[in-house]
Design a protein around this ligand. Structure first.
Ligand SMILES: [Zn+2]
Length: 110
């Protein structure tokens, strides 16, 4: 059976879809605060340099975080890295069916 990754490349080529995919894999049951695990989270605008990077504010601990907080890409503002992460999540999800918690970086990327 052929891998669908190459077919999906064209569908993922924009940042909006990359971030949506990251969110979907990271929080399949809704956004949760990485600090206290609360689901009482409100959207708090977008990143200044990455228009599709959603920011959030936790109403339980007042912490702020965004789509990439706690992942290997936090602190980086390079869309290509996000892009690579998306592909990584896709492959990982297929194999293991769960989010890795940002503990593992794709080889040669970090
Ligand atoms: Zn919190």
């Amino acid at each position: 059976m052929a891998t669908p990754d190459l077919i999906n490349l064209s569908a993922l080529i924009n940042d909006a879809k990359c971030f949506a995919l990251v969110r979907q894999h990271r929080w399949p049951e809704g956004v949760r605060c990485p600090a206290c695990s609360s689901s009482t989270v409100v959207r708090d605008g977008f990143d200044e340099t990455q228009a599709h990077r959603q920011r959030y504010r936790c109403k339980t601990c007042a912490g702020r975080f965004d789509d990439l907080t706690g992942t290997v890409l936090a602190g980086h503002h390079q869309p290509l890295r996000v892009w690579v992460l998306c592909l990584y999540f896709m492959g990982l999800n297929r194999k293991r069916g769960r989010f890795p918690g940002g503990a593992i970086a794709p080889a040669g990327v970090a």
